[in-house]
Design a protein around this ligand. Sequence first.
Ligand code: FE2
Length: 286
Amino acid sequence: MVNRLKDLEIVPSNQSLGAEVCGIDLAEDIPGEVVHRMVKAWERHHVIYFRGQSIKDERQLEITQWFGPRHAPYPDMPILGDVSQPDIISISNVTEDGLLGGGRLEPHQDTVYLPTPLAGAVMRAEEVPKSGGDTSWSNLIQAYYELSPGVKRRLRGLKVIAFNPYAGRSARRDLGGGQQWFGTQDSTPHPHPLVRIHPPTGKKTLWVSCLNSERLVGLRNLDVGHQLLSELKTHVDQDHLYYTHRWKQGDVLIWDNRCCNHKREAIPEGQRRVFYRSVIGGCRPY
Ligand SMILES: [Fe+2]
């Protein structure tokens, strides 16, 4: 099959984000103008997915680099994966190198604790459980725009610090598995704007990770900051902000980590789930 622009179809979900990309075989050559449309669809819909694909790691890494540069790992700051911090990792509840186990995952952005958090990621579904293990993404641009004018004013100039779940005293061993690298030292805190700009669209994004946003910077009263952060975590976790993806074997899905939280349901005991994730390098949030 030759991929042609006239066969490309972008079908938006009727939810707050997400679109299916139809008419494309990712294993075959894809002309530049088609790739460009796919990148634009990702920037606009924040999660795009292709059904029924058959690709291997090498092709997945090529596709990943259409959406942005390789992530440059920090030598002293662990992220999900082993100490070699490879470009592609296995997220699985059954393979020997599988990460993240089978439990429920709270809403979060990936690597928000780094100076340059990931711009996004590509997930390929090789084995999918009969039930459970759905992943949901929420729209943090919409979350910002739904705040009242008074709350938006309160957030101006504030920063937020997230803890690293793979480092020091904040390590979350339940988020490991495989050969996960856990650093012994606490990570240096890297405050980021609480309201950041989504680079491709210029829109404001409420940059709150329910799992690991830890504290706000810029308010004198710590209790007030704690209360405000707690309210914002509730705000970004409202059902209407989510798109839920029911995985099928052969899915390739690309998400925008700069404006979405994602969460995962638990995987039922005895069911296999084998995914491969590659990552898109990001800039310093502004
Ligand atoms: Fe994640």
